[in-house]
Design a protein around this ligand. Sequence first.
Ligand SMILES: [Zn+2]
Length: 314
Amino acid sequence: MMHLFMPDYTIGLDLGGTNLRAAVIDASGTMLDKIGGATNFTEGREAVLHDIVTAIQSLRDRHGAAGLAGIGVGVPGFIRIKEGYITNSNNLPYLENFPVRDEIERRLNARVVLENDANAAALGEQWMGAGRGVDDLVLLTLGTGVGGGIISGGRILRGFVGMAGELGHTTVIPGGNPCGCGNRGCLEKHASATAVSAMAQMMHLGADLTSRDICALAAQSDDVGEKARAIWRVMGEALGVALANLVNTFNFPLYLLSGGMLPAWQYFAPPMLEEVERRSFTYRATKNETRIAQATLGNEAGLYGAAYLPRVEK
Ligand SMILES: [Zn+2]
């Protein structure tokens, strides 16, 4: 096939806890192609590496190697950015302390930018989502855990190793619930879907309730509804403490929240915003210019961000 004009594209890959997705996105941010599905994460390192490389290869074959301008890969866990490996990942223990990036580059014979998935999601929102036109923002992803990404001057804030933005493990309650990271009272122990579900169980609303279930219960006008709303209040307050610290630290104009708990926004946002207002002088002084809002790309933010990585990390 001959094209007079070969548009350049990048490939973004998002490795989640249970699935792998990859997309072809052009320079204007249009998604041209997308593949994905469940991956067998229990089969170990070789199986996952094979799935990653095969997904990228098939997209590159479909769209032509000549137009490929770069590859970005978002993975869960702490990333050592210079070395290109993951040091701590609950979901992918067998990828830890292994040169993941170099191995993918070797198999594809192409340059790969490796990044933490929440950092990639923050970059995606900045490029094509709720953060368009904003150079400085924070994204909190509210899922089974709480992830964070900080975009400063249009670039991911990485820290000297690549571990900056682990906002789910900032302390919001000094003597709070213990966390797998070794700390107590981490944001994700009080504001994740897992935390909300645990609170529902403690309040005898039911075992294994999802955040969606608890959101539905909060609409009830009875005793159960009151308990469910109390859970969202606690969750909102924990988020508010974290956001107040972020506003004080960064004085950014935008803080975005994403994840499966957004449907409960009407219940947790008011106590969250009250807490931010109470605790942050910077917020009170900039109230009309500081926005705390919902992200808009959903679970595609990581794909957009991964695809944008090669364009901003030259
Ligand atoms: Zn923690």
